[in-house]
Design a protein around this ligand. Structure first.
Ligand code: ADP
Ligand code: ADP
Ligand code: ZN
Ligand code: ZN
Length: 760
């Protein structure tokens, strides 16, 4: 009889401090703890990594190269693992051939349906696949889009032909228009194109009949600029060098395929119908509407197919994505949408005894949508799997079979098991999460006064229905509404119309060597401090000077290049990776050598390295709650939320002019405690004279805003209008999802916290 537990002994990955844990299988286990406490190190970098590593080992080497690479975690012993599937927030991204329909397999069922029922009969289901040569549109090869000439960028109207009016590469020398248009006497090579007649311009660009009307040759003898450009460059794009392709990219754009109008399919596939609808029409419907159509289909011949398709579409609706269409390219989905789609995909799987590892599934979800997400996780568990979830939302913890808290603090102050048990016991446990759940959070009493307004006018991006709305300046505004209601679309319009700046969660730097030291530029100040206090030259403390270890030249490591395996980093034996000579390491500040500095946290540095310049450079990072980062830690290891706070710190340090900042769900990855820190950080942006607009679902953040703009009422085309603009405190008594959620939370809060009168 197999062991029913996953057992972990002495885990030391990243900040884990010899952590021991026994997790029951076939349960829903929620991992909680402050940001940076080690939840991801435990769940992703230890459990998922070990399972992935062991699974890879069972494949022959050539197959292993095609599998995701897993670094073996630092752990003494793990057993009871089953194969792991990670459902993270990484966008599905890249591939232009992937749509909501293909990624969820709904498209497979729809194709099957068409292959059985379509009028006229077209053939097997591959004939409806845009990724199959027998189904794809021959013009766009199934992409639905083609590269077309950006004719408006071809000509510089202020110049003459002789002066280089044709901007395209290879058209400058005059030979071209001379051979083409010599017989048309009126093509004056010295007149700026602006002074040409419309028919002359037309003849130049398109040749053919337009040119024949002016000259003496038959239309086919005139090749216009556009035709020539497309013949030489576009139709042979695959054979061009990278540099040529770069050069012509400026003169092209992608446009809807003229043949299939974006349906991606060849003529037979895109014109056949079922109950009067083409497959393209169905793909463009919102999933909720598609469901209505599918339910009408006569199921006598195709019962199982309709049932499978209906189940898949219903799962999409349950998970709050009913507003998407199957034709939507996955490259345009948000992180939260991508994650929910991945979850649906796995729900359809009949594999059991898997371990699903899920990262913050509530991201992007309105409180009213969280319950359906939890149901999906429970469904995964009930079909015989183990579900491990990293999550900060109490609404998810409440449904866990077991809650595991890692902590108590972040970084070196975390990495230990501080709680394991039922959610009901967590509140009284005294752990950071337990205390945060029980605590009375200070309420904002007065709303700050705006000092002006930025107006977004007639916004029609995506689902917005000609929205005109004012954003008050000098205060914090929160943008709310159910997922898909249009919040991001409106935020993008604010960015475009009013030059707002987005502070997102993308990586701070692509460079692996980027650390808090390099990012804030404090290395010279640190060297000068060591020099001053030790009465020696500052250059000694530079890793490319005489003070450096002569063996590794101050790198601390050697790189070995192995022909068939990945390169290896080997620590230098002479300096043990400490990069400096023993003489240099003997010079200390407050007991820390220059090599120890990399191990100091930002908070420690501010107290231990007494230097105004260093403290000033670091104090904003500490203020945004990142005081636990080590000075030498690669910024590549930061989570999305941490990256966002690094960027806020930079703005606090550098922005002079009042600026408008837009933040999309800044609470992502934040523990309840850290949300207080975030709110303080946002407040300090406002106190510096800036305007802050946040897209957010977190009720605590919403209640702390000065102004609220609520979009809705529903997702997709059922949304896109402004339901409310005003102070959050005045948004009671409406029957909108946000007003109800605020009221619900308000009541719960009032009971728990014994406070909350009408004013927020
Ligand atoms: P959580 O998931 O609880 O927010 P993490 O497990 O991501 O926390 O991080 C725990 C600690 O380990 C943090 O101090 C973080 O900065 C650090 N850390 C995370 N990844 C790495 C890594 N690849 N290398 C070194 N330190 C890391
Ligand atoms: P929210 O931020 O409130 O979740 P969005 O502004 O992202 O909502 O989306 C509003 C609507 O616009 C949704 O129906 C969404 O599917 C659609 N949408 C968003 N981005 C795109 C896009 N790039 N192409 C087509 N539709 C989009
Ligand atoms: Zn096409
Ligand atoms: Zn060395």
């Amino acid at each position: 009889m197999a062991d029913r537990n996953i057992t972990i002994r002495q885990a030391r990955t990243n900040n884990l401090d010899g952590l021991n844990l026994v997790v029951p299988r076939n349960q829903l286990v929620v991992f909680v703890g402050r940001s940076g406490s080690g939840k991801s190190s435990l769940v992703f970098d230890t459990i998922a990594a070990e399972a992935g590593f062991q699974l890879n080992e069972t494949f022959p080497p050539f197959a292993r190269n095609r599998l995701p690479k897993w670094a073996r975690p630092e752990v003494e012993h793990i057993d009871g693992l089953t194969p792991v599937i990670v459902i993270d927030q990484r966008r599905i991204g890249g591939n232009a051939r992937s749509t909501v329909g293909t990624i969820t397999d709904a498209w497979t069922y729809l194709r099957l349906l068409f292959s059985r029922l379509s009028e006229p009969h077209v053939g097997e289901s591959n004939r409806f696949s845009f990724n199959d040569p027998t189904g794809m549109c021959p013009t766009c090869h199934g992409l639905g889009e083609v590269v077309v000439s950006a004719v408006e960028r071809f000509l510089d109207l202020d110049k003459s032909l002789a002066g280089g009016a044709i901007r395209l590469p290879g058209f400058g020398n005059g030979g071209y228009w001379y051979t083409q248009y010599a017989d048309i006497g009126t093509f004056d090579v010295d007149t700026p194109l602006r002074d040409w007649t419309a028919s002359e311009l037309e003849a130049l660009l398109y040749g053919g009949q337009a040119a024949a009307d002016l000259g003496h040759k038959p239309p086919k003898d005139y090749e216009g600029v556009v035709e020539r450009f497309e013949r030489i460059y576009l139709r042979t794009a695959d054979n061009l060098s990278e540099r040529k392709q770069d050069a012509i990219r400026k003169f092209t754009k992608s446009g809807t395929c003229p043949d299939c109008a974006g349906d991606r399919l060849n003529e037979a596939a895109r014109t056949a119908t079922v109950d009067g609808n083409t497959i393209g029409q169905l793909a463009r419907l919102e999933i909720t509407e598609l469901l209505d159509v599918v339910r009408q289909i006569d199921t006598r011949i195709v019962g199982p197919v309709v049932a499978a398709l209906t189940a898949r579409l219903e799962a999409m609706v349950t998970i709050g994505l009913g507003y998407l269409a199957l034709s939507r390219a996955t490259t345009t989905l948000s992180g939260g949408e991508s994650q929910r789609i991945k979850t649906v995909k796995h729900l359809g799987s009949s594999l059991t005894e898997m371990t699903y590892v899920v990262d913050e599934p509530t991201v992007g979800l309105h409180p009213t949508d969280v319950d359906s997400m939890v149901k999906l996780l429970e469904q995964l568990r009930d079909s015989g799997n183990t579900v491990l979830v990293v999550e900060h939302d109490p609404a998810v913890m409440r449904h866990a079979d077991q809650v595991v808290e890692v902590g108590p603090g972040a970084g070196a102050e975390g990495g230990r098991l501080v709680f394991q048990g039922a959610f009901a016991e967590l509140g009284g446990s005294g752990t950071p999460t337990g205390k945060a759940l029980a605590r009375q959070r200070a309420m904002k009493v007065t709303n700050r006064r705006e000092n002006g307004k930025l107006t977004v006018t007639d916004a029609e991006r995506n689902n917005l229905q000609k929205v005109t709305v004012g954003f008050p300046t000098g205060v914090m505004t929160v943008l709310t509404g159910v997922a898909g209601s249009g919040k991001s679309s409106l935020a993008q319009e604010l960015v475009e119309q009013q030059q707002a700046i987005v502070i997102d969660q993308k990586p701070v730097s692509a460079n692996r060597r980027s650390t808090p030291i390099t990012y804030t530029g404090i290395a010279p100040a640190i060297r000068r401090l060591f020099a001053r206090l030790n009465q020696v030259p500052a250059a000694l403390f530079s890793a490319n000077s005489d003070g450096a270890c002569p063996e590794c030249k101050g790198l601390g490591v050697f790189y070995t290049d192995l022909a068939f395996m990945e390169g290896q980093e080997v620590v230098c034996e002479t300096c043990q990776g400490r990069r400096f000579t023993p003489e240099v390491l003997a010079h200390t500040v407050n007991g820390h050598s220059i090599a120890d500095v990399e191990e100091l946290t930002i908070d420690e540095t501010i107290t231990e390295l007494p230097d105004a310049r260093i403290s000033r450079a670091l104090q904003q990072l500490a203020a945004v709650g990142l005081g636990y980062l080590r000075l030498g830690q690669s910024l590549n290891t930061l989570s999305g939320g941490e990256c966002q706070r690094v960027k806020i710190a930079k703005e606090l340090r550098e922005a002079g002019e009042p600026t408008t900042y837009v933040l999309d769900e800044p609470t992502t990855g934040l523990h309840l405690d850290d949300i207080d820190t975030l709110l303080e950080v946002l407040d300090s942006l406002v106190e510096h004279g800036h305007t802050v607009v946040v897209v957010e679902h977190n009720l605590d953040v919403i209640r702390q805003a000065d102004w609220l703009i609520d979009l809705g009422p529903g997702p997709g085309r059922h949304g896109g209008t402004v339901l409310f603009e005003g102070r959050p405190a005045d948004y009671g008594g409406h029957s909108t999802p946000t007003s109800l959620a605020l009221a619900g939370a308000g009541r719960a809060t009032a009971v728990r916290r014994g406070a909350l009168t009408g004013r927020v």
